[in-house]
Design a protein around this ligand. Sequence first.
Ligand SMILES: *Cc1c(COP(=O)(O)O)cnc(C)c1O
Length: 451
Amino acid sequence: MQNKILLTEDQIPTQWYNIIPDLPSPPPPPLHPGTMQPIGPDDLAPLFPMALIMQEVTQDSYVDIPGGVLDVYRLWRPSPLFRAHRLEKALDTPARIYYKYEGVSPAGSHKPNTAVPQAYYNHQEGITKLTTETGAGQWGTALAFATAQYGIECEIWQVAASYRAKPYRRIMMEVYGATVHSSPSDITEYGRSLLAAYPDHPGSLGIAISEAVAAAVADPKTRYSLGSVLNHVLMHQTVIGEEALLQMAMVGETPDLLVGCTGGGSNFGGLAFPFLREKMAGRMNPVIRCVEPAACPSLTKGEYRYDFGDTAGMTPLLKMHTLGHDFIPPTIHAGGLRYHGMSPLVSHIYELGLAEAEAIPQTECFAGALTFARNEGILPAPEPTHAIAAAIREAKRCKETGEAKVILTALCGHGHLDLAAYENYLSGKMEDYELTEKELADAMSTVPVMA
Ligand SMILES: *Cc1c(COP(=O)(O)O)cnc(C)c1O
């Protein structure tokens, strides 16, 4: 009975996959909020290095992974694919469940798959410092690790609620050499205005993005780095799906269902896009499903329209599923899923009907995480508990129908620094939040109206 399906280091993918040319139509372009015209590379130059801007808009199906990135990938890639025999047995299901585990990376999640190339290209272009935001702390940890590999500085705005709840994440970022601020901070004008009105502000990813962007544009040697949402980020993550395709083939399986949690869409896209390529080519036919928190349901309840990626309205307008850029999601434990928007690429694919979505409340997610941990041993991060809960829902349906479906899920990180969330669940204090119609209407009222 094989548990781990492993590749060797020489099987690490040497190219990232760009799904855009394979789609029936391209995603709508980002717009300049001043002119409402599509933004050009020069508009983005104060924020990102040119190599990443070109990857953002490339029409090439594949982009070579530089040797200087592969060298660092080899620290943890290829990541293992597991067959969840013990979970299947506990659920008494005929389904066969596989999970691709990204918690083996130094940061403990999939995030270094893009942090490393982002730090690499910035370093190549002479940039000496990167700024970023972090919610749960996973992205900040990944970028702190990656910048240390190339000897550049890293300054991070961590969402206040998470800064208070997760001191170990901050310490980990500091171990890698990064500077970490609680956001809203007194360093940026926007942060100071929020703190003046509300000193205990819990922060949000949208606010932290505004602060990190403001700090980057103020210094010509500094650029900004985003851990999710953008096309180039999702493309870097496709190493997950490319490896998983090889690993599933090694055991002669193709998935009937692929599930991934979606915050900004990067771990989901990373696993799903290579499988979607195979599906569009008629070589397999998996159902592809995004799973999001019931408290922050951008795909299932948000509107598909142009909105800002941040709260202060400093970013280009992105066509995406959004709850409104100044929506502050409840402080659920899955901090990485507390984002008002969704990747424009995942939003577009969802609109095209190439992926479906469901929202799951956090208590069901943690119940699933306990079942998972007690059987498989790995303690999942709060974010992928959503994907696990969705896989368990499907496995239970299979038990009723007798179908032996093959389920593939992304276990995109471990939860060793999220034990407070588990304690909250174990002590019976965890609550569920469902977004009300009124909250949604209020938040959407600030979204710019397009002609
Ligand atoms: C950041 C993060 C997420 C959410 O981001 P995506 O871009 O949607 O993947 C999910 N899980 C983990 C473990 C994360 O670190």
